[in-house]
Write a protein that binds this ligand. Structure first.
Ligand SMILES: C=C(O[C@@H]1C=C(C(=O)O)C=C[C@H]1N)C(=O)O
Ligand SMILES: Cc1ncc(COP(=O)(O)O)c(C=O)c1O
Length: 286
């Protein structure tokens, strides 16, 4: 595959960063993962807004706008002969001395990775398992989509490699948090529930988008601190992320759920697909 690295399109086996990059040495890097449908990056503005906010938080002097990134993505699609793709846009701090740096990073490394990913012909399903490992607290005030994925990797090792399963974290206090690579939702009647970002979870772009779609469907939306027992009353369960979209859940522990037959998850998936077909590239407010 061809990647984009600091202004150049190069083969993935040639791309290099320095071992002095503080993204490598200290985890000082951020990334966004999103999909391109028929050449159109979905919710690009929302992803760039979260990335730019994180860069300001980390003192990495860079800001990315749609008019800069769109041509890069189009060039990367052409170089890889793709129309539909999975993109990882990665910004690492750039080089510094060994030792913790307090000064801003002036020369970050921008790398965009791409791999083929078509649009599913039908809804998939996952089974959820409650993880023993607890969700760690964010490194700072809020969870950034940073290089710090050790908690997630240890959780994935606990869960196993199955693509049919997702692990669900509790917080240290025992409240429902999120999946290893997803946000968690459930329904009761006409209300959608999801853990608050105050639990320390990643405020997923898809989470935010689905909450807005719920409003269009006249569903109530409640965020909060919920014990795992809240799921005993749940009627439908699903998880979300920008790559897997809205993923119906058929089982959590020993409790079965309607999965892709769920009325609400079907309605949300239809709405999501409608927006995808409109090739939305701006943000969830459009
Ligand atoms: C979206 C998924 O995973 C995301 C991508 C990465 C990654 O590129 O390493 C890690 C965690 C997630 N934010 C997925 O469906 O696996
Ligand atoms: C821990 C975690 N939570 C939630 C999500 C979902 O975020 P988004 O909807 O921005 O893809 C991800 C990434 O996919 C993640 O890694």
């Amino acid at each position: 595959m061809i990647v984009f690295a600091n202004g150049e399109y190069i083969s993935s086996d040639e791309v290099k960063i320095s071992p002095f990059d503080h993204g490598f040495l200290y985890g000082l890097g951020l990334f966004e993962t999103f999909r391109i449908y028929e050449g159109h990056p979905f919710l690009l503005d929302d992803h760039l807004a979260r990335l730019n906010e994180g860069l300001r938080t980390l003192g990495i002097k860079a800001e990315y706008r749609r008019h800069e990134i769109l041509p890069i993505l189009k060039g990367l699609l052409a170089a890889n002969s793709l129309e539909n793709a999975y993109v990882r846009m990665n910004v690492s701090a750039g080089n510094g001395e060994i030792g913790l740096q307090t000064a801003e990073y002036e020369e970050p490394n921008l790398i965009l990775f791409m791999k083929p990913l078509g649009t599913p012909s039908q809804l998939g399903e996952k089974k959820l398992a409650l993880l023993n490992i607890r969700r760690n607290t964010p490194e700072g005030a809020t969870r950034l989509k940073s290089h710090h994925y050790l908690n997630n990797i240890l959780a994935k090792r606990e869960l196993g490699a199955s693509s049919e399963a997702e692990g669900i974290f509790l917080t240290r206090e025992g409240f429902l948090a999120e999946g290893i690579v997803s946000n968690l939702f459930w329904t009761e009647g006409e209300t959608l529930f999801t853990p608050s970002v105050e639990t320390g979870i990643l405020n997923g772009i898809t989470r935010q988008f689905v909450m807005k779609l719920a409003g269009k469907l006249q569903l109530g939306v409640q965020e909060g601190f919920y014990p795992q027992e809240a799921l005993l009353e749940a009627e439908e369960l699903f998880v979300t992320n920008s790559i897997q979209e809205v993923v119906p859940v058929s089982m959590f522990g020993q409790k079965t759920f309607p999965g892709k037959e769920g009325r609400v998850v079907q309605a949300l998936s239809r709405q999501y697909g409608e927006c995808r077909r409109k090739l939305w590239t701006r943000n969830s407010l459009q």
